[in-house]
Design a protein around this ligand. Structure first.
Ligand SMILES: O=C(O)CCC(=O)C(=O)O
Ligand SMILES: [Fe+2]
Length: 261
């Protein structure tokens, strides 16, 4: 993907979040629905909210788009997102093939489990400056329920952190790079060879930050499970067969634990 397309996507995202709130509310998500503009879905009174505003859209297949949630302002938004989605889809495919091949599997092994109608959702994240960054997080620790997440980070402002060995490590911003996170579904398909990464976003006292996460997902009718080539007497099967995994979310729990044998 060209650096200029990344920059156009960042600019369109910033411009959307900078429009007046009446404009953004035209795309507001309905209660209990994930698609549209808003913030955290409130599932309990004790819930601590993330310090962020979001816009959540289905981007592929094009026939599943709900255009009523696609911003008209800035006017470039829809065209840029369309182009960005096509480029991202191709990158996702190349990475899935390479990941399968790197494990000695047929390169189409993961793609075949993806089924007929793989999906991509885009989540546009806006993190306003936070008066008490010591008390809040932009996004709480979580692992993505996608297969892969292709992340376009802010060009200037850091915030993302990944967990390894019970420690948090900051992820630097690299202007012309996309960051690819392994999600839960690749962990399952690879029988744990690739691990879904736990990550969070810190709050920033001085500067706003944006990011665009594209979640790549198998068809919800498709069953996914550890690839047969990765299971033998020395490598026991670690995960069950799952379907429509994205909907398995349980607040406060690690979704992947449900899939473990
Ligand atoms: O803002 C970021 O860098 C990460 C956002 C994220 O983890 C997500 O949207 O799932
Ligand atoms: Fe995430």
């Amino acid at each position: 993907m060209s650096g200029s397309l990344m920059e156009e996507m960042r600019e369109a995202t910033k411009s959307f979040f900078a429009t007046p709130k009446e404009e953004k509310h035209k795309y507001a998500r309905q209660e209990k629905m994930f698609e549209g503009y808003g913030n955290d879905m409130v599932l309990s009174q004790e819930q601590v909210l993330d310090w962020t505003d979001r816009l959540y859209l289905t981007v592929t297949p094009a026939s599943h788009r709900k255009l009523k949630f696609w911003p008209r302002n800035p006017p470039s938004f829809r065209g840029v997102l369309n182009e960005y989605a096509e480029a991202t889809e191709q990158i996702g495919e190349v990475i899935l093939k390479s990941m399968a091949a790197s494990l000695g599997l047929d390169e189409n092994c993961f793609l075949e489990m993806y089924g007929q109608v793989p999906k991509m959702y885009a989540r546009f994240n806006y993190y306003p400056p936070c008066p008490r960054p010591d008390l809040a997080l932009g996004v709480k620790p979580h692992a993505d329920r996608s297969a892969l997440t292709i992340l376009l980070q802010d060009k200037d402002v850091e915030g993302l952190q990944v967990e390894k060995d019970r420690q948090w490590f900051r992820v630097p911003t690299i202007p012309d790079a996309l960051l690819v996170n392994v999600g839960d579904q690749i962990e399952i398909m690879s029988n744990g060879e690739f691990r879904s990464v736990v990550h969070r976003v810190s709050a920033n006292g001085a500067r706003e930050r944006i990011s665009v996460a594209v979640f790549c997902m198998p068809d919800k009718e498709s069953e996914i499970e550890p690839a047969a080539g990765l299971v033998d007497e020395n490598r026991p099967r670690l995960y069950k067969k799952v379907k429509n995994y994205y909907q398995h979310y349980k607040p406060g729990k690690k979704t992947i634990d449900d899939a473990k044998i």
